[in-house]
Design a protein around this ligand. Structure first.
Ligand code: UT7
Length: 339
């Protein structure tokens, strides 16, 4: 399992910015409360009529270009999102079509804010098994479309965006070194969009009651998040036979600065080794890890040979983590026989 890796990255956020000051005019909140309790200063918002497939398409186009891959080389497209364009067809099919990918397998995957990690692990298994050589994995969200703008406990947290990665076989020793996925459905009601599915189909009454928007028990999810970051990091270290000092950069789901700091304290991590960009994007759910990864690579915080650890957590409740040695791109001769 050590020879599947990320060979291209892309990301996209909508232009429109909502600052903490903007929220002061909408709900009973302050810039200082939001900054102190979450670390978030601003977030992006997709305009009316702009669906998540548009954000995913823009991020994916860049990732293909970064990887030097033509659309027709892609054999698998997975979109992780809790805000797909439609219940069906899958957003992955729409994005593949816009990219000119006509015959690849394409499906959506829903694992809340762990979605990108779940999708990357899933795609890596297809490649490792020899079924496909090139996969496009996208985490994209337009959470603004399912936000309750009257609920100060949630509306200030979320943002829109998308991040994409191209996965392929990579040189020996590089790529995904270890992975981990988990779920505890008993916490499903702690973070939920109650209506719009088969449990509470959309009705005038459900919409009037705002049941089609995000509900979250913040404190419970907070405690869960800190615990699973610590457990996932420890578990991956032992699976991969690595020490904490071997990790060059940690990329945790960007939900709340205090969650990241609490987990880093428990693990006794050097803050310099923990990437944070949530102050500019808020919590973008499945998009947050690829957005952070792309930015870290562009800022040269990640270089060839570095070892990264990515940890996602969110609705489900779900969690997922990947340890990865960056680089090793260009294993073009490998035709899957030895994976
Ligand atoms: O991405 C999926 C995973 N999601 C997360 O990881 C989110 C996890 N949870 C959190 O990040 C935090 O729990 C929140 C940021 C959502 C809330 O922070 P908190 O420190 O846990 O606040 P709280 O919910 O315990 O609320 C404390 C107080 C309450 O007032 P009272 O009851 O003490 O009078 C809230 O009503 O803060 C109040 N409050 C606000 N005040 C001003 C809640 N939201 C706001 C707000 N502005 N926006």
């Amino acid at each position: 399992m050590s020879r599947v890796g990320i060979v291209g990255l892309g990301s996209y956020v909508p232009e429109d910015i909502l600052t903490n000051k903007d929220f002061e005019k909408m709900v009973d909140t302050t810039d200082s409360w939001i900054t102190a309790r979450t670390g978030i200063k601003e977030r992006r918002k997709a305009r009316e009529g702009v669906p998540v497939s548009e954000l995913c398409y823009q991020a994916a186009r860049q990732a293909l270009e970064d990887a030097g891959i033509l659309p027709q080389e892609v054999e698998l497209v997975i979109v992780a999102s809790v805000t797909p364009d439609y219940a069906f067809p899958a957003t992955a099919c729409l994005v593949a079509d816009r990219l000119g990918i006509s015959k690849a397998a394409a499906f959506d995957l829903e694992a809340g804010c762990s979605g990108f990690i779940y999708a990357a692990v899933t795609a890596s298994q297809f490649i490792a098994a020899g079924m496909y050589r090139t996969a496009l994995v996208i985490g994209g969200e337009t959470l603004s479309k399912i936000t309750n703008w009257q609920d100060r406990g949630t509306c200030v947290l979320f943002g829109d965006g998308a991040g994409a990665a191209v996965l392929q076989p990579v040189e020996d020793g590089y790529g995904f070194l270890g992975m981990e996925l988990g779920a505890d459905g008993s916490g499903g009601d702690l973070l939920i969009q109650p209506a719009g599915g088969s449990s509470i189909p959309a009705t005038t009454a459900s919409v009037q009651a705002n049941l089609h928007t995000i509900r979250m028990a913040g404190r419970e999810v907070f405690k869960f998040a800190v615990r699973v970051i610590e457990e996932s990091v420890q578990s991956l270290l032992s699976k991969c036979d690595l020490r904490l000092e071997d990790i060059d950069l940690f990329l945790f789901h960007q939900a709340n600065q205090r969650i990241i700091e609490a987990a880093a304290r428990r693990l006794e991590l050097d803050q310099e080794k923990v990437f944070v960009n949530l102050e500019r994007y808020g919590n973008t759910s499945a998009a947050s890890i690829p957005l952070a990864l792309d930015e870290a690579v562009q800022q040269k915080r990640i270089r060839d040979g570095d070892i990264l650890m990515m940890v996602g957590f969110g609705a489900g409740l779900t969690w997922g983590a990947i340890a990865c040695k960056w680089g090793g791109k260009g294993n073009k001769d490998d035709q899957n026989e030895n994976l």
